[in-house]
Design a protein around this ligand. Structure first.
Ligand code: FRU
Length: 559
């Protein structure tokens, strides 16, 4: 394959390749850059183009190029990357709106929820707002649709819904593919020091040869370059684990603590085998000392398979402190659900967390809402989570894996329950389609993302969505239990939650993603359905009068 491309001055080309093949860039028939042969494992290549001109790209093996894009550093914040897709015939180039259109033409891809263009994504990380721009980073494997050596992917947005895809921000410290290892740049948070300097705290899992034990996790700081496109000045700030912590020691969240007059960090860990959150302190962000466990899970979690806390989130809100944790490996025996996300509300005094009640709040009864990360922006606590639970996967051959929730805003209600409502930004994507009172009715809906809001005495109600007559989802309230069922369920796992008599219920559905909110947003349930994802008929059966409003995705978001 040979193709001419115009490259502007300062343009950078980045790609990952593996397998038999070479790659060459010619100018006026002369090679100016080449990879003479690729290795059998993926490698990262980068080419910096100096003066604007036409180049010819020559490769004998387009299939060996696993992920490629070009960008101009000084304007990529406005344009996003240009994705380069190599085939035997040509290099397809797509930028900005062309990427949006291309992604939207995949009817298996949710329209309003963020997903990577290609390959594997998991946790949202490093979330922050700079000026008017929201930055989303995410755990990314650039060379395959399965979890692998972790990088930080990056996207920006001015409205939290439409995203511009950016260059990969952070790479693992070593070429893990070459070592036949996993690990890399794991999850972490954005943080501004007292002088307002932005940095990212994150975990590096050093080359690991076993997914469950014997690995080493260290904590690092990375700073963004002047364009926010590459991490630089990376330093390791914490290597030693406290006694009782063997290998799970990750996912830092850092803040300045006014009372202590010092920095604080929480880490997810396994402490003597129990899932735990550890507290660290520092005066300068570089030297950290262990202040003790902030939380240790009751022993039944370990007995039920929980190995460690992942992605702890700890933040003040409405006069209290909230701790949010995922217990990896945990299997809840009554329902069969695993890897649930829990929260606790309490006070944080003298470096101790004092929960208001000993009972953990289940944050999402649907399970596909994990590794949630929240951050504070203009007085709001905004959160995203990864919509995945390892139970179901995208069908083999899908171009990508992994989606994020819509942005949610967190708050506490009068009972100090953690509530999550869709952030107001997601509302702007919908317009009112129909509103009426009913007891039972059937609706033909446009094949678009829909937001269904129900109000009234919802003590006995069933909402069934179908696509050409086949089940897409069922949400029901029966005997004070709210539950959701998808066509892929075989009944071995129960996705439900006990509720009081509900008077409000909201269901957002976007090509297979269902996000349910009820009881003033104190109850949420999120799931990803991989079959019959575009319902065209919704039937609602209620035994009492109910008010329903349908909002459908409009404008750009519709068909
Ligand atoms: C949670 C998690 C984190 C870790 C990251 C690795 O999904 O396992 O604990 O940092 O993903 O990709």
């Amino acid at each position: 394959m040979k193709q001419s491309l115009f490259l502007p001055s300062g343009c950078r080309l980045e790609f990952w390749a593996a397998g038999d093949g070479f790659f060459r860039i010619d100018i006026d028939g002369k090679a100016v850059w080449q990879a003479m042969s690729f290795a059998s494992h993926p490698e990262f290549f980068t080419y910096h183009h100096r003066e604007a001109c036409e180049v010819t790209i020559v490769t004998n093996s387009p299939d060996a190029i696993l992920w490629a894009y070009a960008y101009q550093p000084h304007i990529v914040n406005e344009t996003g990357i240009t994705v380069l897709e190599f085939s035997e015939k040509e290099i397809l180039q797509r930028t900005g709106a062309e990427i949006e259109e291309w992604l939207r033409s995949d009817t298996d891809r949710p329209a309003l929820h963020f997903s990577p263009i290609r390959h594997w994504m998991n946790d949202p990380v490093g979330l922050c707002k700079i000026g008017e721009l929201w930055h989303l980073f995410y755990q990314f494997h650039p060379c395959g649709s399965d979890w692998g050596p972790m990088h930080w992917g990056h996207a920006t947005s001015s409205d939290l819904i439409k995203w511009l895809h950016m260059p990969v921000f952070l790479h693992p410290e070593q070429n893990l593919w070459r070592l036949g290892a996993t690990g890399g740049a794991f999850s972490g948070n954005a943080f501004r020091d007292r002088d307002g300097r932005l940095m990212f705290f994150y975990t590096e899992r050093l080359p690991a040869y076993d997914l469950f034990k014997g690995y080493r996790e260290i904590q690092k700081i990375a700073r963004p370059d002047r364009w926010m496109i590459k991490a630089e000045g990376i330093v390791t700030v914490l290597e030693d684990r406290p006694e009782g912590v063997e290998h799970d020691f990750r996912d830092p969240k850092v803040w300045w603590d006014d009372t202590a007059g010092a920095y604080r960090m929480v880490l997810g860990a396994s402490l003597h085998g129990d899932p735990a959150v550890l507290l660290y302190g520092s005066g300068d962000l570089l030297e950290w000392s262990y202040l003790g466990p902030l939380y240790r899970a009751p022993s039944h979690f370990r007995a039920q398979g929980a190995r460690a806390v992942e992605c702890p989130d700890f933040f003040p809100i409405d006069g209290k402190w909230v701790l949010i944790m995922g217990f990896v490996g945990h299997l809840e025996p009554e329902s069969g659900r695993h890897n649930l996300l829990y929260g606790l509300v309490g006070d944080f005094e003298d470096d101790r967390f004092i929960p208001g009640s000993g009972t953990l709040q289940l944050l999402d009864f649907g399970t596909d809402f994990y590794a949630m990360q929240s951050f504070s922006a203009a007085g709001r606590q905004i959160a995203f989570a990864w919509l995945f639970n390892w139970e179901f996967r995208k069908p083999v051959g899908s171009p990508y894996s992994g989606e994020l929730s819509l942005p949610r805003e967190l708050f506490l209600d009068d009972h100090d329950r953690i509530c999550m409502k869709p952030a107001k930004e997601s509302e702007s994507a919908f317009t009112l389609f129909l509103t009426e009172s009913l007891q039972s009715a059937v609706y033909n809906l446009p094949a678009q993302p829909v937001d269904i809001r129900l109000q009234g005495d919802l003590s006995d109600i069933e909402i069934v969505a179908t696509q050409s007559g086949d089940l897409s989802f069922v949400v029901s309230v029966r005997e004070q239990k709210l539950s959701v069922r998808l066509p892929q369920d075989d009944g071995s796992i129960q996705y439900g939650v006990a509720t009081p008599i509900l008077t409000d219920l909201r269901i957002i559905h976007d090509r297979g993603i269902i996000e349910i909110f009820a009881d003033g947003c104190a109850v949420a349930g999120t799931r990803r359905n991989y079959v019959n994802t575009i319902p065209d008929l919704i039937s609602i059966e209620a035994i009492r009068p109910t008010h329903v409003s349908f909002f459908v995705a409009s404008g750009d978001w519709g068909e």
